[in-house]
Design a protein around this ligand. Structure first.
Ligand code: ZN
Length: 224
């Protein structure tokens, strides 16, 4: 009996260590990407968070897992998101004006993984659907950015190069589709004479970290 318990504890310990390690490796990989051009979807992660993965068993299991459906595959994700009828996030821009720049090269070996929506500085940026503000983050590439999670915390919507945030916008705040989030600008590495919204969608990992996820092309979801 005691031997079995010990085995169980050992197995649990190994799982915790390996999950902790994968967190640390992921954070290192993310940090290595910061140096590159254009706002990255594999997100720049503040060093402090890297240690949070190596911890007690109860924090290893994501809190939301129990109440959520099985994560969608990348293949299913576009189908799921199509049904959400996402709003074009820049006011006054029609579907026909959008360009698919998702596969464009942005730095050596890097794909854009986002679309750029050109608009005059100060044009309102609005939430593509309901959700929660997961993070307000300033990065070298993305400048002033917003990470919004969808209501099921399956996807993140990333708005970058903002000129400024909407008054009163705060992390953990619930937002509604069409709500004003900020204004188009050229903060970060955007050219000052070509203000635009860099918009990206990611399928979140099971740990719901705002700086991670697999990129999904927003173009077919908005240009319909
Ligand atoms: Zn871009």
């Amino acid at each position: 009996m005691r031997r079995i318990d010990r085995k169980r504890v050992e197995r649990l310990r190994r799982r915790v260590v390996s999950i902790g390690l994968s967190f640390a490796v992921g954070a290192l990989a993310a940090a290595a990407l910061i140096a590159h051009n254009e706002a990255p979807v594999p997100r720049a992660e503040p060093a402090a968070v890297a240690t949070s993965g190596v911890s007690l068993p109860d924090t290893v299991v994501p809190r939301a897992t129990a109440i959520q459906a099985a994560p969608v595959s990348i293949g299913e994700a576009t189908g799921v998101l199509t049904k959400r009828h996402l709003l074009i996030p820049v006011e006054g821009i029609s579907a026909g004006a959008l360009q698919d720049t998702f596969d464009d090269a942005r730095a050596i070996g890097r794909r854009h993984d986002a679309i750029d929506i050109m608009a005059p500085r100060g044009t309102p940026v609005r939430a593509v659907e309901d959700g929660t503000i997961a993070k307000l983050f300033t990065s070298k590439a993305g400048g002033l950015t917003i990470y919004q999670f969808d209501p099921t915390q399956t996807f993140s919507y990333y708005y970058a190069h903002l000129d400024r945030y909407a008054a009163g916008l705060a992390e953990h705040q619930d937002v509604r589709r069409g709500q004003l989030l900020g204004y188009v600008g050229s903060t970060g590495n955007a050219s000052e004479d070509a203000p635009h919204l860099h918009f990206a969608i990611a399928r979140l990992d099971t740990d719901h970290s705002w700086w991670k996820g697999d990129p999904i092309n927003p173009y077919p979801l908005l240009a319909k």
